[in-house]
Design a protein around this ligand. Structure first.
Ligand code: ZN
Length: 74
């Protein structure tokens, strides 16, 4: 057995679903971690890491932003 290539550190990277760039996710990626794309600054969430899959983070759970905006006050 030749384990000479075992010493090569594997850099954990995912792919941005927006721009396609490989995004470094840190040395110990966890499911549901939030990653910011270094190219398009999209907020991404780790949904899997074997291989690493990134998806949009702001999908649900922030509906308060669109919660019945009222423009009547001035
Ligand atoms: Zn991107």
């Amino acid at each position: 057995m030749n384990d000479s290539n075992k010493t090569k550190p594997k850099i954990p990277q995912g792919r941005c679903p927006s721009c396609g760039r490989s995004v470094y996710v840190g040395s110990k990626p966890n499911i549901a971690d939030i990653i910011i794309c270094t190219r398009c600054f999209a907020e991404l969430q780790i949904v899997d890491f074997n291989p690493i899959i990134l998806e949009w983070a702001s999908d649900e759970s922030d509906s308060y932003e669109y919660d019945d905006v009222d423009y009547s006050y001035r």
